[in-house]
Ligand binder design. Structure first.
Ligand SMILES: [Fe+2]
Ligand SMILES: [Fe+2]
Length: 284
């Protein structure tokens, strides 16, 4: 295996999203769920091995310090979406969706269900944090299920066995139930593994309502929103807000089968929607 393949084990970043969609396919039996994991495509398994090994508390803190000041320059939301679209792969353009198409498919499904405009917009921006890839961040630092660093790992996280290689698993202080945190301290005080969720939520924080920020920030926190893990770190307010995170998740996972959105036709609607909430240029 070449060094590049070791760094980027999945041929396409979407392989992770597809894996998750398969894992949480509606109506799937529990046994099928396990089989799916065991037979997981080796690229995705290797991706998780790297993710679980390298996402230490120290790494997370360093990435927060690097990206939270939003000093990567100004861009409009549409420019960011087009920038993300340059993350093309060599897959068949007839069957696979571009990044903008995935965003619009998600937001159009939300719109069809009659949800408020901020919710539709949240669908449109939810994966813009994947531009981290274009800044040169490795796949394991952009996508993947997120989890708290600095406390015991839940066995509800995919491939928990890979955490054995994480240096934090040798730090006793980080391996108690609460680790460095206080009981029910609130997720705002928790250092989540670094990725596209944390980054896009910081970018959007000043402009979208709080339920939207929760959706953005925790949409990959499957251990919590799908399995109910880490409630001992959540505040009562987090519990209330997670209703929104759960409401959002099916649109991210299950809108893919629907027809391909016509980006050109829909663009004016989205330009209006973006202008209603975001300034023309914002910090990234
Ligand atoms: Fe995502
Ligand atoms: Fe997504």
């Amino acid at each position: 295996m070449s060094t590049l393949q070791q760094q980027q084990p999945m041929p396409h970043l979407e392989d992770w999203d597809d894996f998750i969609a398969g894992r949480y396919r509606e109506g799937k039996a529990q046994e099928e769920f396990r089989v799916y994991d065991a037979k997981a495509n080796p690229g995705v398994a290797e991706f998780y091995r790297q993710n679980h090994q390298h996402q230490t508390l120290e790494y997370v803190r360093a990435k927060e310090a690097e990206y939270y000041p939003l000093s990567r320059g100004k861009k409009s939301i549409w420019e960011a979406a087009e920038f993300l679209n340059t993350l093309v792969d060599d897959s068949d353009p007839d069957t696979d969706l571009s990044q903008i198409e995935h965003l619009m498919q998600t937001s159009e499904a939300i719109r069809k269900d009659g949800h408020p405009r901020w919710f539709v917009l949240t669908g449109f921006v939810h994966d813009l944090g994947k531009v981290l890839c274009l800044y040169g961040e490795p796949q394991w630092g952009v996508v993947g299920d997120t989890f708290p660093a600095g406390c015991a790992y839940s066995d509800q996280i995919v491939f928990p066995e890979y955490f054995a290689a994480n240096p934090d698993s040798k730090v006793p202080e980080y391996q108690t139930k609460f680790g460095i945190y206080e009981p029910n301290c609130g997720l705002d005080n928790v250092h989540m593994s670094w990725g596209h969720d944390a980054y896009v939520s910081k970018v959007a924080e000043k402009y979208l309502p709080e339920p939207a920020i929760y959706m953005l920030r925790y949409h990959s926190f499957y251990a919590a929103h799908r399995h109910g893990a880490y409630r001992h770190l959540m505040s009562a307010h987090d519990e209330q807000m997670f209703r929104w995170v759960r409401e959002f998740n099916p649109y991210d996972l299950y809108s893919k089968g629907q027809s391909k959105p016509n980006v050109k036709e829909l663009r004016p609607y989205y330009e209006d929607l973006i202008a209603e909430f975001f300034p023309a240029q914002l910090d990234w």
